[in-house]
Design a protein around this ligand. Structure first.
Ligand code: PEP
Ligand code: MN
Length: 381
């Protein structure tokens, strides 16, 4: 399996430069809908080109496919170029895809998750969030508070985590809480505080969108949309985020199988947005000593089954501050592309998840150890 050298698709469509943002002014990066990729009868075919296929031949194949009204996604691996063809089954089947010069093989994707399957690209994808690329050789740490609580809280924590080595700032403005009486997030003003923290630190931000009615608002401020575990199978929300051009991090539902996670990702990608990250964040098991059971089995399985990058959230995965570093290091060793960690400067005052927040000093210590494990498994930081 190849793991490098993918030329990312649709990069320029994603986001603007983080540094060029104006404080508190909406970015509108996510506005503008992409074209839907598939229908209920759609089929995905993989054209693998010969190692000696020329650029002209590859261009010609893609141009002809598009002229038939089909979608062609070109992925460049180290040895070969793979062209994924998507469109209505009857239309694809009648086309002589194998007859083009430069084609080595044409095979249908038989897996139920087609566009996210590894073979659809034959190489791992890169997803760009602001100026940070996830899924390449570089290991990326995302960190920040569970909830955005105030401008000074999120900005202070953002500066601390950036100093320690985090590249992406997390923080929830819309919070999915088990109890309706718990803090529900600051909403729009929380998004504005995140935008201010981005302006002060230069870090792109990831934040959760819980409801389709808030999507346009969240897209105005976020560099990456988070779909929380409780919404992993909110199919109308998945389709809507699939119509934006922003990267999306999809968290595994607490009772979802790995296949369920992949099928949910397929909902997003089938709407045209390939910029999807999958996040293992722990599942419910019979175990009661930890908040969840972090299923690190999912990491190598996902890396084999899908081209999408894999993120691990050890914080929600185990839920106990003292054990989070061990699971974070294990996630790096298992082959994750990124980890997301909750950090708070005053966990005892946190409005949500204080018991699992690392102090900035502990986070800094963890990043140093993550760097060592990343190097041991061939990743840069
Ligand atoms: C979070 O990231 O704060 C969160 C609510 O995560 P999850 O959806 O995994 O519970
Ligand atoms: Mn949380």
């Amino acid at each position: 399996m190849q793991t490098t050298s993918l030329v990312p698709l649709d990069y320029k469509a994603d986001t603007g430069s983080t540094n060029s943002r104006v404080p508190l002014v909406p970015s509108r990066a996510g506005i503008g809908r992409a074209i839907t990729h598939s229908t209920t009868n759609s089929l995905a075919m993989i054209i693998v080109t010969r190692p000696d296929a020329t650029e002209e031949q590859i261009d010609y194949i893609a141009t002809r496919i598009r002229s038939w009204g089909l979608k062609a996604e070109i992925s460049r691996g180290e040895m070969r170029v793979v062209i994924g063809v998507i469109g209505p089954e009857d239309k694809i089947r009648e086309k002589p895809l194998g007859a083009f010069p430069g084609v080595e093989s044409v095979t249908p994707v038989l897996k139920p998750y087609k566009l996210v399957s590894y073979e659809f690209r034959g190489t791992h994808s890169h997803v760009q969030i602001g100026d940070v690329v996830i899924g390449g050789r570089e290991f990326v740490v995302m960190a920040g508070p569970c909830s955005v609580e105030s401008e000074s809280q999120v900005t202070t924590i953002a500066k601390e985590v950036r100093k320690a080595g985090a590249r992406i700032l997390r923080g929830g403005a819309f919070k999915p809480r088990t109890s309706p009486y718990s803090f529900q997030g600051l909403g729009k003003i929380g998004l504005q505080f995140l935008a201010e923290a981005r302006r002060e630190t230069g870090m792109p931000v990831i934040t959760e969108v819980m409801d389709t009615k808030d999507l346009d608002l969240v897209c105005e401020y976020a560099d990456c949309l988070q779909i929380g575990a409780r919404n992993m199978q909110n199919f109308s929300l998945l389709r809507e985020v699939g119509r934006t051009k922003l990267p999306v991090m999809l968290k595994r539902g607490m009772a979802a199988t790995i296949k369920d996670l992949l099928m949910s990702a397929e909902y997003i990608v089938s709407e045209g947005n390939f910029n999807v990250l999958l996040c293992e964040r722990g599942i419910r098991t019979f175990e009661t000593m930890t908040r969840n059971t972090l299923d690190l089995n999912a990491v190598p399985v996902l890396k084999a089954e899908t081209h999408l990058p894999v993120v691990v959230d050890p914080t929600h995965g185990i839920g106990l501050r003292e054990f989070i570093p061990s699971m974070a290091l294990a996630a790096v060793a298992a082959g994750a592309d990124s980890i997301m960690v909750e950090v708070h400067n005053a966990p005892e005052q946190a409005k949500s998840d204080g018991e699992q927040a690392l102090l900035p000093s502990d986070f800094e210590d963890l990043v140093g150890r993550v760097r060592s494990v990343a190097a041991a498994v061939g990743r840069a930081m």
